[in-house]
Design a protein around this ligand. Structure first.
Ligand SMILES: NC(=O)c1ccc[n+]([C@@H]2O[C@H](COP(=O)([O-])OP(=O)(O)OC[C@H]3O[C@@H](n4cnc5c(N)ncnc54)[C@H](OP(=O)(O)O)[C@@H]3O)[C@@H](O)[C@H]2O)c1
Length: 257
């Protein structure tokens, strides 16, 4: 079981719901995001509901990749241990390709892909170091790294090309690092949510099979506890659709979006 977790993007949506789900299971928390005032309020509420759970708040912008390792080291120091890191921070970006807003696409890649990769890399470094200390010369880490990708990794969504690319890239990266880090005792888990009602996108309720952030968090944490390497939420229908999506003809995708 996970005893302590650091979550990026914990100030709203899925990250915040994950904090409550982990806390309800007695897991110590390090909450990270840019909006410290929001994190502090969430931490106060968590402490009042779950007095036995330690909750730390740490300011982190994952676009500042050099800040990620020190922030996770700080989380570990303050919690006394770190078993799991959830790379959840992300932004959306609707952009008409060629319409003169490529800066928005760069930002999406910077936060979702580079920021996500940098979080995984920093977590792996901490877990591998820990293993070195415990085992003497033989490096054998331990820990769980969770990356929040998206079902848009399975098929590019028109109007969200950079977002889809960021998630496809992140899923691919998680696949490779899972195999790479297994020998160090580190489990890398990829999460592919469908549509979840959060602040990410306005009018999310108009999208198909939409679920609450609480339901998503419950299913994600249950999957993490089981050690599932690819968590799809909600499992139905996305586990089936995920296989079909790459095969869909352009015309159908155009109609759907
Ligand atoms: N909602 C969905 O339908 C859905 C579906 C598939 C995947 N996802 C993925 O789930 C993750 C969470 O999204 P959400 O739906 O919960 O959205 P959200 O409610 O908008 O939450 C996004 C979180 O990321 C943080 N964040 C944004 N930019 C950041 C940065 N540069 N550095 C650090 N933190 C940053 C935000 O906090 P601050 O603003 O305080 O920094 C916030 O806590 C994202 O990776 C998203 O792509 C969501």
């Amino acid at each position: 079981m996970v005893g302590s977790v650091a979550i990026t993007g914990a100030s709203s949506g899925i990250g915040k719901a994950l904090a409550y789900e982990f806390a309800s299971r007695g897991v110590q928390l390090a909450l990270m995001a840019r909006r410290m005032d929001v994190l502090v309020d969430i931490a106060a509420d968590l402490k009042s509901r779950f007095p036995a759970v330690k909750v730390e708040t740490i300011a982190l912008d994952v676009a500042d990749v050099d800040a990620i390792l020190p922030a996770l080291q700080d989380a570990k120091k303050r919690l006394g241990s770190l078993d799991c890191v959830v790379a959840n921070a992300g932004i959306t970006g609707v952009n008409k390709t060629g319409a003169g807003d490529f800066q928005q696409d760069i930002r999406v890649i910077q936060v979702n892909l580079i920021g996500g990769m940098a979080t995984v890399d920093a977590a792996a470094r901490i877990f591998r170091e820990e293993g070195k200390r415990e085992q003497g010369k033989r490096e054998q880490g331990k820990g769980i790294i969770v990356g929040i990708s998206s079902v848009s990794a399975f098929k590019g969504i028109p109007g969200s090309a950079a977002y889809s690319a960021s998630k496809a890239g992140f899923s691919n990266y998680l696949d490779a690092t899972r195999i790479e880090l297994k020998k160090h005792g580190i489990n890398v888990i990829a999460v592919h949510p469908g549509f979840v009602k959060t602040e990410l996108v306005r009018n999310m309720e108009k999208y198909p099979f939409v679920i609450s952030a609480e339901k998503a968090a419950h299913d994600i944490v249950s999957g993490i506890v089981k050690g599932t390497s690819n968590i799809i939420v909600p499992a139905m229908p996305w586990a089936v659709l995920g296989r079909v999506m790459p095969l869909l003809p352009d015309k159908l995708v155009e109609k759907a979006f």
